[in-house]
Design a protein around this ligand. Structure first.
Ligand code: NAP
Length: 302
């Protein structure tokens, strides 16, 4: 049996693993993909203290190595079922059952789909949710970014390194992104903006050839030609396996107190899956550290 089982190996899970192992807890991190989570899809990170610039995959690897050196165990797989009440806590991962005294939920969030015709059909053929992964395929091409938040603008700016033009299509007439990102985007000659508009259809033959957009103010539709559509309209929490546990809010985010504790004793949450006002690497890491220390105190009290 483990002392601490951490669901998810993004910055929240990695920091929780680091603090758990340093508290001498026998700790396992369960991750279905690569260590680092969304950091793996972020090329240039500029807002993690101590680094002016750091590549997401590099920061992921540093954190991952640190957990290995401290003796954290890693298990690849997806948690599909949980029994969180009482002792021990049980997590189903494929055919295996993991037992632990305390659990930290750090399962993050996944990109939202636009849900328009053409989106599914052209996934991998021009429709993408990861500029870092797919940007290089669009060298010299014209691409669209849908959304107006930090992700849309940051990833749009990244795409200007490859594409000839990057057109942000946003359903409002102002961006939601942080001012420094907006400033950079408006200064960049490759960035263009289509305001007050919703993408109604992604068009193509064997691959994307354009989008049909509706202007929400005058209700006209226009076809814009382009080669790629990057969708950045927010995220869904990865919390399906927690249905019925009573610890989720209406949107499926895990509710915690200031010490990252849920209402179930011994169950904590950290990072993007949590109901939190800021979803950043630094806040996820901070959550992870705090959750691990709370888990340590809980285990001590058993
Ligand atoms: P977000 O802040 O939720 O923004 C989503 C954007 O997509 C909004 O502009 C929203 O428009 C638009 N949108 C939502 N649903 C839509 C739909 N169906 N059709 C068209 N547009 C739609 O999401 P995010 O940009 O991914 O950011 C998520 C979190 O990560 C935020 O807390 C953000 O600060 C953080 N983040 C930080 C950084 C950084 O600091 N470097 C980078 C990336 C992300 P409306 O405003 O009209 O709803």
């Amino acid at each position: 049996m483990y002392d601490l089982a951490i669901i998810g190996g993004g910055p929240a899970g990695l920091a929780a693993g680091l603090y758990g192992a340093r508290s001498n807890l026998r700790t396992v991190i369960i991750e279905r993909g690569l260590p680092g989570g969304q950091m793996q899809n972020t090329l240039d990170i500029e807002n993690y203290p101590g680094f002016k610039h750091v590549l997401g995959p590099d920061l992921s690897n540093h954190m991952y190595q640190q957990t290995l050196e401290l003796g954290v165990e890693w298990k690849t797989g997806e948690v599909t079922e949980v029994r969180l009440d009482g002792q021990p806590k049980l997590l189903r991962v494929g055919k295996d059952e993991i037992e632990a005294k305390a659990v930290i939920i750090a399962s993050g969030a996944l990109p939202k789909y636009l849900d328009v015709p053409g989106e599914k059909e052209f996934q991998g053929r021009g429709v993408s949710y990861c500029a870092t992964c797919d940007g290089a395929f669009f060298r010299g091409k014209h691409v669209f970014v849908v959304g107006g938040g930090d992700s849309a603008v940051e990833e749009g700016l990244f795409l200007t390194n490859h594409a000839e033009s990057v057109t942000v299509i946003h359903r409002r007439d102002t961006l939601k992104a942080q001012p420094y990102l907006q400033e950079r985007a408006f200064k960049n000659p490759k960035m263009k903006f289509v305001w007050d508009s919703a993408v109604e259809e992604i068009l193509g033959d064997t691959k994307v050839t354009g989008v049909r957009v509706r202007n929400l103010k005058d209700d006209t539709t226009t076809v814009l030609e382009g080669d790629g559509v990057f969708i950045y309209i927010g995220f869904y929490p990865n919390s399906g396996f927690l249905k019925g546990t009573g610890i989720l809010n209406d949107q499926g985010y895990v509710i915690t107190d200031a010490k990252m504790a849920t209402t179930i004793p011994g169950v904590f949450a950290a990072g993007d899956v949590r109901d939190t006002p800021l979803r950043q690497i630094i806040t996820a890491s901070s959550d992870g550290a705090l959750a691990a220390m709370s888990a340590f105190q809980y285990i001590e009290s058993l």
